[in-house]
Design a protein around this ligand. Structure first.
Ligand SMILES: NC(=O)c1ccc[n+]([C@@H]2O[C@H](COP(=O)([O-])OP(=O)(O)OC[C@H]3O[C@@H](n4cnc5c(N)ncnc54)[C@H](OP(=O)(O)O)[C@@H]3O)[C@@H](O)[C@H]2O)c1
Length: 346
């Protein structure tokens, strides 16, 4: 395959960000957009590339011989069904986080991709950011680890809809929304990347009743905390869509404390040694940091897209990522079970 030709599903700001990232990746191009509304698809496509296609029929998109890969950025609950339709038609899929509603659903999609010989990968941008390689490498220097605090808490602009008693996909249990699925998925992924799978966990969450798209009223989590138990180490995970973390993250070991400013896009990380001295860690090459700065906190979408394209052309495998996606969803299934949150089937 020469150039990997991408179509997109979803026309919100994250798809625009993805296309900005795609422009910075060699060997890939945008060929068209799907929207439920054709005029919307046309306008979205034209803004990126006047030659690009527009679809309001997903079957037509997946049947197109002009498309090699599909970036799926629809509401969470639609990811597995849309991914399966693309995979069955022989398209590679880059699926926004969370990849699926549950570990079992994710496994079914990965199995289908393996059987069809196509690449399926979760758009988990942190898993592709070299900053996390530096952070992981630092852990051995401060071990044994004892207490950690990982946090991703921001107040969503759509939280106002919740306050007004209006539905919003991202807070809708019928669309598998909520704080755990939206931001908790990052925190769980980072915990697994840094510390591996926990022996067990406990969890609590703040639930709020919200109106759903169907008109029903159901509880959704707007903030939560989970403690992952490791051998000799407790990791506290915080996630919120209704309040803001101002403290960054820290990993405390007997040999020192690792601090980093932001879980979503670490810019500053340092080790504080017992004698009071500090060591600033290099997180990304200067070239990468400069090139990606236009995407702000979404800069690591470029790493993710670059890795996906490399997998599509056979230059790398995504087996490790798939295992991580399923393992994270398994932890999230457990957390949801403990906080009493269920997603109704659509
Ligand atoms: N990687 C990141 O940093 C990041 C950031 C934000 C979001 N995300 C992920 O991206 C995905 C989309 O999030 P979002 O906040 O953009 O969601 P959204 O605005 O609710 O929906 C995204 C798109 O899906 C389509 N859509 C909306 N409602 C729909 C419905 N009821 N049925 C079918 N299609 C519908 C819309 O496209 P059309 O109207 O054109 O059909 C919309 O543009 C989520 O999985 C989220 O977790 C990732």
């Amino acid at each position: 395959m020469g150039i990997v030709r991408f179509a997109t599903i979803g026309t919100s700001i994250i798809t625009t960000s993805f296309l900005t990232a795609l422009e910075r990746v060699d060997g890939a191009e945008f060929v068209g957009a799907y929207s439920r509304n054709l005029e919307n698809a046309r306008e979205f496509s034209r803004n990126v590339n006047p030659e690009a296609r527009a679809w309001d029929d997903l079957d037509a998109l997946v049947a197109s011989s002009e498309v090699d890969a599909v970036y799926i950025a629809s509401p969470n609950a639609l990811h597995p069904e849309q991914a399966l339709r693309c995979i069955e038609a022989g398209k590679h899929v880059l699926v926004e986080k969370p990849f699926a509603r549950s570990a079992r659903e994710a496994e079914a999609v990965f199995r289908a991709a393996r059987d069809r010989g196509v690449v399926a990968m979760e758009a988990m941008r942190l898993a592709h950011d070299p900053a996390y390689d530096s952070l992981t490498a630092a852990l051995g220097r401060i071990s044994p680890l004892r207490l950690s605090r990982l946090s991703f808490c921001t107040q969503s602009s759509r939280y106002d809809l919740v306050r007004q008693g209006r539905p919003s996909n991202i807070f809708d249990p019928e669309f598998a929304g909520g704080a755990l699925m939206d931001l908790g998925v990052y925190v769980v992924n980072v915990a697994l990347a840094l510390f591996g799978e926990p022996g067990s966990l406990c969890a609590k969450a703040v639930l709020r009743e919200v109106p759903c798209a169907s008109g029903a009223r159901r509880p959704i989590d707007i903030a939560g905390v989970a403690v992952l138990h490791y051998d000799g180490h407790e990791a506290s995970l915080e996630y919120s869509k209704s309040s803001v973390n101002r403290l960054g993250c820290q990993v405390q070991g007997e040999g020192g404390t690792l601090l980093f400013d932001s879980l979503g896009y670490p810019r500053d990380a340092r080790i504080l040694w017992p004698d009071g001295s500090q060591e600033v860690l290099a997180l990304r090459s200067e070239e990468d940091a400069r090139a990606f700065e236009t995407l702000g906190d979404l800069g690591n979408m470029v790493f993710e897209t670059r890795d996906f394209v490399a997998a599509v052309v056979g230059k790398r495998s995504v087996g490790r990522e798939a295992e991580r996606t399923v393992a994270a969803l398994r932890v999230m299934d457990d957390i949801r079970h403990r906080i009493g949150l269920e997603f109704p089937l659509r």
